[in-house]
Design a protein around this ligand. Structure first.
Ligand code: KG4
Ligand code: ZN
Length: 370
């Protein structure tokens, strides 16, 4: 098997024995290149948390190949669900619902997870909760830190880069979004240009450690502009131009370029977030929580900078542990629980969705993909 399991360190309130009587939800996540299954209860206890990464299968291609991802989910999902139920020490009859990512994501993988969830729901007469993957990221801080609504959310992942007000479950107001690439995409493309491997975010972060972030001067797209939209494609192109202009780059040069890129991202994101905080405060003057979520939120330099930005505006930054920033099924089970509590369940004919914005009413930013 060329997939690799990501070990589950204790996160949040992981580990306790289940107590029968709590609401227990099985979560399934297959929207990208992680096959993930978790069991969470409404006390916030994580009873099982399994993530099988397909990185090794996609690495030779320098990015996620949708067809390979979908086939790998088919191969691994069933046994992973069995293991999660064993670890949680629960029988099917102890479950209160099945929560599953129904989009947005790579449609083949989403269909695999959704079909499996529907089959389990039908066979065991359990409610199905079709979860928006982005809502999984968005609500994680309520599991890990008990954050109350409303809060300002910076959602930064491989496919999205947005600032939103979270007023409640299913209630989002988008303040800004990227007009071109998502920030995780920019990390991944930059890593590829620098030959640092895949996935790019952790590779760039590692290379940037103790490198010179002032060595190369790179653009800070959107910096200083009104509003809180983002743009990253020019930054990626600037990295390519530096690569082309340099005669021969050694590992140290590449590390300096990685650090310069990361600093440009940090400067841009903190500038846009500061504007979003002002917009948030105009609507919710007393609210003081800034949540960062999504895979890029695992980046330590960014977390530190955001902490400073938040403090400068009398806000508190909440960043879930890195394992719960990158894709996982705990967040899907938790979002499912939040919806279940509101009686918000789905029919078994609900479709998989490749695109599914959190705020469907938001006007699209000029040139934006989503
Ligand atoms: O949320 P996520 O796991 O999947 C999506 O929903 O897209 O985010 C994956 C993205 C990838 O682009 C990856 O390179 C980036 O998150 N990422 C990071 C770090 N860890 C993951 N970017 C910067 N620094 C990191 N430490
Ligand atoms: Zn994600």
């Amino acid at each position: 098997m060329s997939t690799a399991e990501i070990a589950a360190p204790a996160v949040g309130k992981a580990g306790p024995a289940p107590y029968i009587g709590a609401m227990n939800v099985l979560g399934i996540e297959t929207s990208c290149d992680e096959t993930a299954v978790a069991v969470v209860n409404d006390e916030g206890d994580v009873l099982a948390d399994l993530v099988l990464s397909q990185i090794d299968e996609h690495a030779p291609y320098g990015g996620v190949v949708p067809e390979i991802a979908a086939r790998s989910h088919i191969d691994h999902l069933d046994p992973l669900i069995g293991r999660a139920m064993d670890e949680a020490k629960l029988a099917w009859s102890d479950l209160d619902a099945i929560a599953v990512t129904a989009g947005p994501g790579l449609i083949g993988g989403v269909i695999v997870g959704l079909m499996e969830a529907k089959a389990i729901a039908a066979a065991h007469h359990l409610p199905l909760v079709a979860v928006n993957h982005l809502e999984g990221h968005a609500l994680t801080a309520r599991l890990t830190d008990g954050v109350d609504f409303p809060y300002l959310l910076l959602l930064i992942s491989g496919g999205h880069c947005q600032l939103l007000i979270v007023d409640g479950v299913g209630r989002y107001q988008r303040l800004g979004t990227t007009v071109d690439d998502a920030v995780g995409e920019a990390f991944d493309k930059t890593a590829k240009l620098l030959g640092l491997g895949f996935p790019g975010g952790p590779a760039v972060e590692k290379a940037a450690q103790s490198a010179d972030s002032k060595r190369f001067s790179l653009p800070r797209p959107m910096l200083g502009r009104d509003g809180c939209d983002f743009s990253f494609s020019g930054l990626k192109t600037a990295v390519r131009h530096v690569m082309e202009a340099e005669e021969a780059m050694n590992d140290g040069d590449r590390a300096d370029l990685a650090a310069s890129f990361q600093q440009a991202v940090v400067d841009t994101i903190t500038d846009r977030t500061a504007n979003a905080i002002q917009m948030f405060h105009a609507i919710h003057p007393g609210a003081s929580t800034l949540v960062v979520a999504g895979g890029v939120a695992a980046n330590k330099a960014l977390r530190q900078a955001l902490e400073t930005t938040a403090a400068a505006h009398a806000m508190t930054l909440v960043a879930p542990p890195p394992r719960l920033c990158t894709d996982n099924a705990v967040m899907i089970a938790w979002a499912g629980l939040e919806r279940l509590r509101l009686g918000d369940i789905d029919a078994l004919d609900i479709p998989a969705r490749a695109r599914w914005p959190l705020d469907p009413d938001a006007a699209s930013a000029a040139g934006a993909k989503a």
